[in-house]
Design a protein around this ligand. Structure first.
Ligand code: SF4
Length: 312
């Protein structure tokens, strides 16, 4: 049987993930281990295990970081209270928050200053959402509300319907947020819109690529971890496009014989999944099916986010 293996473009690491991992690696290089990192620096099991082997200690909260040590905040961003705690304890900290997440934080602060309620579209419990909610000034008379779907919008009661804005988690599917944004606009006709979409370029590009890939293949394999929001969105999007999809950390998670009846297989990777893991999977697929994989389209991303000055 003739097989086709196609690789989506772009896929894998985005500029925010590249920067966050660079910050941790440069900090180890410069200061030696241990380096503490609050939360998984990016949501990828293989990246996290690799950093642990280099001397990184991952913690859930700052109280697990001994006085005088160095700590890095993850790419998902942190609440203002976390920064304040680090300052109060004179911890040496580096902030690996993706600049696109910081942009959303700044929008929340701007709306606070304009005395507006804010609706955040996102997933409860995700660290990015917790960080963004934690940018709302608790002393303000206004609120921040989390909505996860259209039903939440229907139930939402705000203090001032004429003075309200929305922001979104960066890694949601554009299709999902569209329905919620439409519902918000119907319910609150004076809703303030973000200056530009909060959905990041990398999320958008990887979703566009997986839509293209889904037109060409019977199954899409998404390389990424189960707790990676954007990897899950890629899997859901492939399924919405009518093809089977699986999410795996690495080739070890898939039984290649299960793909035996597929004539066309697509591969993509979430923004926190390393290309080396994709390559291992592709090598195994090529060996197993005795065929060469081809790239679908090309990656024209050239965005780069600078490191903090102390680590350049
Ligand atoms: S997916 Fe987007 S928002 Fe998230 S780290 Fe990457 S560039 Fe930043």
């Amino acid at each position: 049987m003739n097989r086709k293996i196609l690789l989506a473009n772009p896929r894998g690491f985005c500029a925010g993930v590249d920067r966050a991992i660079d910050i941790v690696e440069k900090a180890i290089e410069k200061f030696g281990s241990p380096i503490y990192v609050r939360h998984e620096v990016v949501h990828n099991k293989i990246v996290v295990e690799d950093l642990k082997s280099k001397g990184v200690i991952f913690v859930d909260e700052l109280d697990e970081v001994p006085d005088g040590e160095r700590v890095i905040f993850s790419a998902h961003g942190v609440a203002k209270s976390v920064e304040d705690e680090a300052e109060e304890r004179h911890l040496n900290y580096f902030d690996a928050t993706c600049p696109l997440v910081t942009k959303v934080h700044n929008e929340v602060i701007r709306h606070n200053r304009a005395n507006r309620d804010v609706v955040l579209i996102g997933h409860a419990g995700h660290p990015e959402v917790e960080g963004t909610i934690g940018r709302h000034d608790p002393s303000s008379s206004k609120n921040i509300y989390l909505v996860e779907d259209v039903n939440d919008v229907e139930r939402l009661e705000v203090s001032d319907e004429k003075n309200i804005a929305y922001v979104t988690q960066t890694t949601l599917s554009l299709d999902d947020t569209k329905d919620i944004v439409d519902a918000l606009n119907v319910k609150f006709p004076s809703l303030h819109q973000p200056r530009s979409s909060d959905i990041c370029y990398a999320t958008q590009n990887r979703q566009d690529a997986v839509k293209q890939l889904s037109l060409e293949v019977e199954i899409v394999i998404v390389v990424g971890s189960i707790n990676s929001s954007n990897s899950n969105r890629l899997k859901e999007l492939a399924e919405k496009c009518g093809v089977e999809a699986v999410l795996i950390d690495s080739v070890a998670d898939i039984n290649l014989s299960d793909l035996g009846n597929k004539t066309s297989i697509g591969v993509t990777a979430g923004a926190s999944a390393p290309e080396s893991t994709v390559r291992e999977l592709v090598n195994e697929l090529e060996k197993y099916f005795k065929t060469k994989a081809s790239e679908l389209g090309r990656n024209s991303e050239s965005i780069y986010f600078k490191l903090p000055p102390e680590l350049r």
